[in-house]
Design a protein around this ligand. Structure first.
Ligand SMILES: N[C@@H](CCC(=O)N[C@@H](CS)C(=O)NCC(=O)O)C(=O)O
Length: 216
């Protein structure tokens, strides 16, 4: 198996965490943003990463389709629980984190990288990439304010994670891997660093999956 990824993408991190949790062997191919479309569109019809290329020649795009495939093919250890009611909570959390919170994270992260966090990467390429991403996703003023509000609410919704190691049930699930991956970019931003409980949880997930943390 080969994972086509952007090394810094939080959606690709989600799949690396799951591959690590399931202890699966895989190769990684890092693609260049922009040029990636030439490589992945013929494979999946999509323009987004991650993409998982199987040894059979088939390719799967989208992190949700990828975890579903991995869960079906490699059920042990499982990403879901035995209880269907709890599983509905896990699936709702995954969808909310993917479709809302991961996007809010991207907005707040790139806004920070373009302003107060400029110094974090001093290479000549960095401001060019940051600005291209901001243009592509229309990351500016009011949209960033809304993203920040959405993240503040998300931290309240996820607050029970402070008092127990798992978001749902009594062991790690897809909900924990998704939250850990999609919130990780916020770890470089001072106002989020103060949520020490969050980074303890995120780090614990990374440790179990054999993924380096902190990532930057
Ligand atoms: N819902 C998708 C979102 C993936 C996504 O947004 N990937 C970004 C990188 S973080 C991407 O590939 N962007 C490139 C593009 O849209 O052209 C998933 O879960 O895989």
């Amino acid at each position: 198996m080969k994972l086509l990824q952007f090394s810094t993408s939080h959606y690709c991190r989600k799949i690396r965490l799951i591959l690590g949790y399931k202890n699966l062997n895989y190769e990684v191919e890092n693609l260049t943003p922009g040029l990636h479309i030439l490589r992945i569109k013929p494979l999946t019809g999509l323009t987004t990463m991650p993409v998982l290329c199987l040894d059979s020649g088939e390719s799967i795009g989208d992190s949700t389709a990828i975890w579903q495939y991995l869960e079906q093919q490699y059920p042990d250890p499982p990403l879901l629980l035995a209880d269907p009611v709890l599983n509905r909570q896990i699936l709702l959390l995954e969808d909310w984190l993917d479709e809302s919170i991961g996007i809010a994270t991207r907005f707040v992260y790139y806004d920070y990288r373009a302003g107060a966090g400029k110094h974090l990467d001093t290479s000549w390429l960095s401001p060019i990439v940051v600005n291209l991403v901001r243009q592509q996703y229309k990351i500016q003023g009011p949209a960033v304010v809304l993203a920040r509000q959405r993240l503040a609410q998300a931290l309240e919704i996820l607050a029970p994670w402070q008092d127990r190691p798992y978001l749902v049930g009594d062991r790690l699930t897809l909900a924990d891997f998704t939250a850990a991956a999609l919130l990780t970019p916020l770890q470089i931003i001072p106002e989020y660093q103060e949520h020490t409980w969050l980074w303890e949880r995120v780090k614990a997930v990374h440790d179990v999956c054999g993924e380096p943390f902190p990532p930057f």
